[in-house]
Design a protein around this ligand. Structure first.
Ligand code: NAP
Ligand code: G4F
Length: 327
């Protein structure tokens, strides 16, 4: 039985990856940081199948001890401060988690066991003000937020440790991927959750920022498969992962409202406070290498994803309302 260690297991991707690896018969260990209240909503259903260990990307010794205790064959480094707007408000903390956290973890790998296979969660945000369209593994980076800058650091550090120390370290440059488990502050979930509330008569308005921004949105369940595939290759390599189709925020809004029979124009209000200091206007992946070398392909399309999220949020809001009525 192989052992995989997932940092960020309480997050969206961590929960899907844990499910995927359990099905592949892995021993799955999740790294969680200490908190005064537990935040295990996304992995509640897996609690008796996975092991959770405390450590923190900010604490070098905790990472070394973790690797010595767990002895993983594979590490998936998904932990990060991942919300772009917060990176302007807390740029130093974002760099500590999202950039230097990668150094701390790779140093622990170097010290404890150099045969560990390492996956780094890189991001299409690194392309930022895009230098070419679509974006592939060779497209130069031009990040537009402290988050994007931190991810570029983590990306190149992964490449550098591979080249300097011969580690099996890979970087997955993943385009936006969503699901019913997405945090409510990200635009897809903000829309699906609020569409559900409006449909159920609990509110009437949804405030958004830039409706013209375009992203290559896919389904998180499809993307965790690509992470695992990268670590099963003979040689460590970096891959772009995305659907090759881009849509605007307005497209997402239209499909979500349409799915519940509402006219979005009656409910969506533009809020200048939600417009970013520097925007990433248009991202679209050229995932040819992932499709040909990994044989990866997405199974859920954009329209299906948006409808899945709205349906899940109709159920979620009904449960939430019933629970608040009882308390
Ligand atoms: P997410 O839902 O925001 O999850 C982030 C995870 O990181 C959470 O489990 C969080 O733990 C953990 N974390 C944050 N700071 C930590 C620290 N100091 N020590 C230990 N754990 C810490 O993110 P996601 O959407 O699953 O994304 C996973 C990774 O892929 C992230 O690195 C993200 O930047 C990257 N990525 C995401 C996308 C996307 O579209 N989803 C695209 C490209 C790249 P708590 O629960 O304790 O907060
Ligand atoms: O959903 P978002 O917040 O995702 P963003 O900034 O693209 O970042 C996500 O994807 C990255 C991969 O490219 C990850 F690395 C990162 O960790 C994260 O998962 O915003 C998407 C777009 C932006 O252009 C934003 O300006 O939606 C636009 N938007 C318009 N109104 C909004 C809103 N975004 C949010 N969060 N909230 C709004 O009200």
């Amino acid at each position: 039985m192989r052992t995989a260690l997932i940092t960020g297991i309480t997050g969206q991707d961590g929960s899907y990856l844990a499910e995927f690896l359990l099905k592949k018969n892995y021993r799955v260990v999740g790294m969680v940081r200490r908190s005064s209240t537990e935040n295990f909503e996304r992995i509640e259903h897996l609690q008796d199948k996975i092991e959770l260990r405390q450590a923190d990307l900010l604490d070098q010794l905790s990472l070394i001890t973790l690797l010595e205790d767990v002895r993983p064959q594979e590490i998936y480094n998904l932990a990060a401060q991942s919300f772009v707007p917060t990176s302007w408000e807390q740029p130093v903390l974002t760099a500590e988690f999202t950039a230097l956290g990668v150094t701390r973890l790779l140093e622990a790998v170097k010290l404890v066991d150099r045969s560990i296979r390492f996956y780094q969660a890189s991001s299409s945000e690194m392309f930022g003000k895009v230098r070419e369209t679509p974006q592939n593994e060779k497209t130069p980076f031009y990040p537009r937020s402290p988050y994007g800058v931190a991810k570029v650091y983590g990306h190149f550090l992964t490449v550098n440790y591979r080249e300097s120390y011969d580690l099996f370290a890979c970087s997955g440059i993943l385009f936006n991927h969503e699901s019913p488990r997405r945090g409510k502050e990200f635009v897809s979930r903000k829309i699906s959750y609020n569409v559900a509330r409006i449909r159920l008569g609990l509110s009437n308005e949804l405030k958004l920022g830039n409706l013209k921004a375009a992203r290559d949105w896919g389904y998180a369940g499809d993307y965790v498969r690509a992470m695992w595939m990268m670590l099963q290759q003979e040689e460590p390599q970096d891959f772009v992962v995305g659907t090759g189709r881009a849509h605007t925020v307005q497209d997402l809004v239209e499909i979500a409202f349409d799915h519940v029979g509402l006219d979005w124009k009656k409910h969506v209000k533009l809020d200048p406070a939600l417009v970013r200091p520097a925007e990433v206007d248009h991202l679209i992946a050229d995932a040819t290498r992932a499709c040909t070398i990994l044989k990866w392909k997405p199974e859920v399309d954009f329209e299906g994803l948006v409808r899945m999220m709205v349906d899940a949020d109709l159920e979620y809001v009904r449960r939430e309302t019933a629970a608040s009525g009882k308390s």
